[in-house]
Design a protein around this ligand. Structure first.
Ligand code: MGP
Length: 298
């Protein structure tokens, strides 16, 4: 049976790979399945020395990594969201958006976030323009037994969001998440990370312009040294002076890993769901609302 899967992998989870223009991509995908590419053998260090520190922390990336069914490219070693953080992100969004059905992960990479969203939502759409990464997401979702909740869409994020996902997302209820490439492991070399210059494939403002067109609830995972003044200025520019975003500094194992930035009222205004004094309202240890006019609100 396993040889059959090797020759005829189930590609039904993948969208955007049909048609004559995508022949090479389908061929590439089948080859990846056939060669069992990128499998992580948990006790073998990656060849690239700069990846050793990520390998040492491999069990924080995927807790099931020792089972031998996790798949990572070199780039994914350093960019996958560690499991605890992905779990926290998914459950915080679930609490704030109790009626959400769909979550879209725009640069889904190795599937760290996709897997945790799939556990808590009806459907997750994972988008990536790198077919090797989509393949890894699929394999990792298989390891966590969540492929039935996952749709993987190959293509440029802008085109996919505009064409394929526009009619599926409920603007008021669902959520778009993105952990875009930060430009590699050197992102900490500058004291402050410039979100307009260094974020890939486009600047923060360009990314947000499209995301806000599709959905009110947007969550980004960004470098811990991100320029908060830029976040504040861009929020004001795109949403007006009265809107704000919530910034949460997230740690794993005691170490700061990045910031989660939430746009959308349900992420900071709990008055509908939790009347005043109700202790069940989501609370975060380290959070900061960025607002242009803090004095108006407090
Ligand atoms: P890190 O800062 O490179 O490593 O990545 P660490 O373990 O904090 O070591 P230190 O030496 O910097 O203290 C920390 C986390 O940030 C990773 O696990 C990823 O979740 C995330 N991350 C890092 N990079 C370079 C990227 C990136 O390019 N894109 C995305 N989306 N996430 C990244």
């Amino acid at each position: 049976m396993s040889w059959l899967i090797k020759f005829y992998p189930d590609l039904s989870c993948f969208e955007g790979i049909d048609g004559i223009n995508n022949t090479k991509i389908r061929h590439r995908l089948k080859k990846l399945f056939y060669n069992d590419s990128y499998r992580v053998y948990p006790y073998e260090k990656p060849q690239e020395r700069s990846l050793y520190k990520y390998w040492k922390n491999r069990r924080t990336i995927f807790k099931l990594i020792d089972e031998g069914d996790i798949f990572l490219t070199d780039e994914l070693w350093f960019s996958v969201t560690p499991e605890n953080l992905a779990q926290f992100t998914a459950s915080y969004i679930r609490h704030c958006l109790p009626h959400a059905k769909y979550v879209v992960d725009v640069f889904c990479g190795g599937g760290g976030n996709v897997i945790q969203f799939a556990r808590l939502f009806d459907k997750v759409y994972g988008v990536d323009s790198n077919i090797d990464h989509l393949y890894c997401t699929y394999k990792n979702a298989q390891c966590y037994e969540v492929t039935d909740k996952v749709n993987l869409i190959y293509g440029d994020w802008e085109a996919v969001l505009n064409k394929t996902l526009k009619n599926k997302i409920n603007q008021k209820q669902d959520c778009i998440f993105a952990s875009p490439p930060w430009g590699g492991v050197n992102y900490l070399k500058q004291d402050t990370y410039d979100l307009e210059k260094h974020l890939e494939p486009v600047s923060l403002s360009k990314l947000l312009v499209l995301l806000f067109k599709l959905c009110d609830n947007v969550v980004l995972f960004l470098p811990r040294n991100s320029n908060l003044d830029q976040l504040s200025a861009i929020t004001e520019e795109l949403l007006g002076p009265r809107e704000k975003c919530k910034v949460v500094y997230v740690k794993d194992n005691g170490y700061m890993k990045g910031i989660l930035v939430f746009w959308g009222r349900p992420f900071y205004d709990f008055s509908d769901q939790y009347p005043e004094g109700n202790d069940n309202a989501p609370k975060l240890e380290q959070e900061r609302d960025i607002n242009i006019r803090m004095e108006d609100l407090y």
